[in-house]
Design a protein around this ligand. Sequence first.
Ligand SMILES: [Zn+2]
Length: 1006
Amino acid sequence: MMRSSLGVVFSLSFFAASSLAQSTTCTLSDHVEYTRKIKEFTTESFFSTELVDHLPLSSCVPPPDVLLHHIVGAPDVLDYTKDINAYLRLLASKSPRVKVWSIGTSEEGREMLVVAVSDEANLAKLDRYKEITARLADPRGLSEAEAQKLIAEGKPIYWADGSIHSPETGAPEMLMELAYRLAVEDTPFIQKIRRDAIVLITPIVETDGHDRMVDIYMQHKKHPDQPPYPLIWWGHYVSHDNNRDNLGVSLALSRNMLKTFLDWHPTVMHDLHESVPYLYIMTGTGPYNAWLDPIVISEWQEMAYHEIEEMTKRGVIGVWTHGFYDGWAPNYLLSIANNHNSIGRFYETFGNGGADTRVRTLRPPDTSREWYRPNPPLAKVKWSARDNINMQESAILFGMNNLASNGQKFLNNFYLKSKRSVDKARTEGPAAWVFPSDDPRPAEQASLLNLLQLQGVEVHRLEKDLRLASPPGSQDAGVDKEKGREKSAEKSEAAAKSKEEKKLAETIIPAGSYIVRMDQPYSRLADMSLDTQFYSPRDPRSYDDTGWTLGALRNVKTTRVTDLSILSAAMQKMGKIDPPGSIDGQGKVFLIQHNTDNTLATLRFRLAGVAMEAAEDSFEADGIKFKAGSFIIRNADRAQLEKAAKDLGIKVRATNISLSVGTHPLAAPRIALVHNWQNTQNDGWFRISMDELKVPYTYFADTSLRETQNLREKFDVILIPPMGGGGPAGLSGMLRGLPLRGAPRPWKNSDETPNFVSPGLDSTDDIRGGLGYQGLANLERFVREGGLLIAVQTSASLPVAAGMTEMVNVSDAHNMQAPGSVVLSTIDDKRSPITYGYDDKLYIYFRQGPVITVGGNFGGGPEESGGSGRSSGRGTASDPDIIQARPYEPPEKPVKRTPREQELYIPEDLPDFARFAIPPKDQQPRVVLRFAAEKDLLLSGMITGGSEIAEKPAVVDVPHGKGHVVLFTNNPMWRGETSGSYFLVFNAILNFDHLDAGTTAAPPIK
Ligand SMILES: [Zn+2]
């Protein structure tokens, strides 16, 4: 059925004959054959409207079937990116109402497009309209009269984008037909859109994954007897999570879309998704993102209800809103618009994971009548790709017509939202966010500030020290809660003291500090990214992460300042911020402070051939205090090191001092990053982080672990990102993998599957069989022979259940709800190489589990408070019982032990057989990072039942044979947001063969 190669040849001939004569000389008739097929492929009349039940035929402009050889929404066929792009280019070459341009390429080099459709006159003035939305987006210095003039002259812009999620295949097809229809159709309804709005279309957001999806779908159509392939890579890196990248902006598609948004300031940005039946129009259940202007909340509702009403009026069944998605996290593609004062929205239409026509049976939750779904979907229906096209295209046309009909109102709202964002500093506040110049992590600080600038946020630099009076409430420590508490305590004491002492409460912001002012157009985005989030457990279950405070997750200091005087301080607007790197001093020994800036990992691998050592303790040199873990390089090539230091923003101290601190070699080891053949989403975030930082690794399949007996020969470190759902079921899934049924299933490029593999991805002769028992045995041998196995989050149960970790237990949380939050942890073992460079505390990203406990569980812990531990008898919870008819013996005073002491506690009267089971000290688990006490645990998001993890291990290092297993309960590499915890992983990697450092002289237990 595929005729793509023919299509390309055809399109090229069209390019050659490009002529732009439309309107006057062109005639319009009904495209009879196309229209007949629309009717044929639509399964029920109530899945269509008069807007899409036909297609006009222009004598000048080719409809999609000319190039595709099938109508849009035809059964059993999908089109590749190059063919869809070719059609849209053809359309632009033939219609004066269409323009097309590239907005960049994907990771694998596929092109992303924007197609503009509007009247010829509007397209001729496209730059002017772009100028107008840009001016309204930044209304500083614009008078009300000028603004109203611009609004009257301007045109609202509606940007529709398709298929960010590769299995959701309808939109790229639909958007071709939509572009054609908008360009040629002559009904007043379409004319209105063309005349009074500008439509932008991006047919495919995730081009890499789209082409793989088309491979899979068409391959299966050719071989229906074989099971379909899983879509192993939806894109190059992350699967469904590619629309969870708005805070980290790590993906090419996010950068391309963001850049295009900031270029055009579309009034509406509309993502087209497929999942729930039949057409869900986004408003969300709430809680809505608390930093958005309330105007946009109304706009979501208004636009949704307009489309629901128009569709319902025409007898279309199953169009609804509200009961899906919340609207809280700013992390979806559409949030690019919401975060920048425009309107971001989406549809979910009913997909079929391709272009099949199938009978679909729905469950009661999808068909029940609800207040928000008075016209629910049917229990059973035949559903086709064309039905999906009809629903998407009809509804979005009503949306576009609504925008065109109310263009002045929507542009005025946009202007108003932008203006109120600038006013924010002086109305709701804060006045600014401060990034102090003395942050010990200049590279991470610069990285976060550059990220904000990429988002369109302005960053300034303070020219002189700034003194701010700090009356109560004027300033919060936005990140360090404990510090905040101390401060307010300080303040209340200070209130009682003399005026002079009161002066001490003033805050000095040092010169050179970076200021993110809240009187700028994208203040809300900056505030939302840096502020703390509180997600109430009373609210509906969250759709995604509940907390994301970027300063905390990136371990960068930020301060929320409400004192308006900061806005008048002398400051300079910054361009890209490059932290300075240099070598100071003279000498043959080079010292680099370990500050957990991730560029240190880059440096280690960049100079992999240069011998480096890690200091096992803190030390002083040339009057500078260096932390444990600091890098020591002897006899290096100064010029080479200086170049690296400059490129990476690293400060190096050269000295001739003789050092007495203990050291061990700092490795640049061979790393395997493991994936399976079912879902590569979580490993994708690890790959992005490591690729960005140029930390080399081999992308290695679970099946390869099974097939490689001597893993130690190939690798030093094996890193298993979160895989599966954890627990026994997750473990079973890891071991079994894809069922070993039928014939071997190669994952390789072929004539039928030309897009399966690209550089950076993996291939195999057979994707079946998972890790298997042999793979588990190979992993165990790898560790025993001196390798480091890092197992993250749900994968932590693998080495534990496999018996590689004595005195460690891993379980799922029973009552806790932690749906993606920012929590506090404390460094529990400052001498462990894994914690090198960190301060005492670290905020980490935590999602639901697992819960890890260590120790022999010999009891003897502190008594449960509230007396629930005591027997029935006389007295109260605290007033003890008295046994009758014998002398009273007071109960033993419970011994207070820290969590660490409790874990290591071995009762003196432990029977010999039990004592025999305790491994020697050097084989016992070492808790390196621990969750804070329950009251201090949550910074941002939501946790209920936090006592399940409070004061329990977060990161544990367990020796096994000559090697180590390191378990993470948190996810240290998540969505490009958690760079503050990356170095826990890098430390483990760089010190993989010296993780025992610091055990012998461990500080005495208090
Ligand atoms: Zn989707």
